[in-house]
Design a protein around this ligand. Structure first.
Ligand SMILES: [Zn+2]
Length: 293
């Protein structure tokens, strides 16, 4: 649900050939692809990008588009993993979530624009269901776009702080909690919560990798505990702190490759080990979701 941003797209560091990463199947897994309701050819367009980048998407799907994406996911299980974008404040949200489960959805997201903080007990029935299903749930965290400038808008980043995800991860331990945007700009809170909670990961989509492109090594100070005794289990018992990141693009289809290159620039700047890069770019989510090879 982010608009096209002037910060999207980036310099090609790899010469165009993507060898980004590898889940068990060698595929990149992008946790942050919004289904574009305005593009009637979104699925076809996505499949082309998927082919060229060897990419699987968690397709974040507005409830009203749930059927078309459920069908597409059945037809293209290697390319499309259906995720349901619901409004946590909708009066029938629990029913919506049950229906999504029945349609074969694998999780929820991107949850955002909430009227109350994410850890408000009124949202617990949704989290209880997600916990029962063992789902992955993607939450927007940090600064959020403003849609209206001439009329009041009931949207506030403070309700979507990464700190709220800690309580959800602990109360509902079978949910894998994904935080989009690494809490921008509360990276330290995001990282520390991920450090202590095995079921929490963050993506670095949005403006962060553009904002930080001249000082990407700063992330070594935020994800500081590589090689230290681990405070929670990590995928493959990886001891790099960066294993708490996962790849998410949150951009137009044509700019996904650019975000992949931004991630690789971060890996270089922070000396992220090869095996950890593979976990970030697809390995962690492939395992969690049992994706087809
Ligand atoms: Zn977001």
């Amino acid at each position: 649900m982010l608009p096209a941003s002037p910060f999207r797209g980036f310099r090609d560091l790899s010469g165009g050939e993507q060898k980004a990463s590898d889940g068990p199947s060698g595929r990149v897994v992008d946790i942050h692809v919004h289904f574009d309701e305005k593009n009637p050819n979104h699925i076809e367009d996505f499949l082309r990008v998927s082919d060229s980048l060897n990419l699987t998407a968690l397709m974040l799907t507005p409830f009203s588009n749930r059927k078309v994406v459920a069908e597409a996911a059945k037809k293209y299980p290697k390319q499309i993993i259906p995720f349901g974008f619901v409004d946590l404040d909708a009066t029938d949200v629990v029913k919506q979530v049950e229906e999504l489960h029945g349609l074969g959805y694998r999780g929820l997201g991107e949850l955002e624009f909430v009227k109350k903080p994410y850890n408000d007990p009124s949202y617990f029935p949704v989290y209880e269901l997600a916990n029962r299903y063992g789902w992955v749930v993607l939450f927007h965290t940090g600064i959020v776009l403003r849609e209206k400038f001439d009329e009041p808008e009931n949207v506030a980043s403070g309700r979507m702080r990464p700190i709220h995800l800690e309580e959800i991860a602990r109360r509902f331990p079978k949910i894998t909690v994904l935080g989009a945007h690494c809490g921008n700009p509360e990276y330290e809170w995001a990282a520390e919560i991920a450090r202590w909670n095995s079921n929490v990961f963050f993506d670095l989509s949005g403006s962060t990798l553009t904002k930080m492109h001249g000082r990407l090594a700063d992330f070594k100070r935020i994800f500081w505990w590589s090689g230290q005794p681990q405070d929670s289990r990590t995928p493959d018992d990886d001891t790099s702190a960066f294993v708490k990141l996962v790849f998410g693009s949150d951009t137009d289809l044509k700019n996904i490759a650019g975000v992949m290159r931004q991630y690789h620039a971060l890996f270089e700047a922070c000396d992220v080990p090869e095996r950890t890069r593979k976990m970030i770019m697809g390995g962690t989510l492939s395992k969690l979701l049992g994706l087809p090879g």
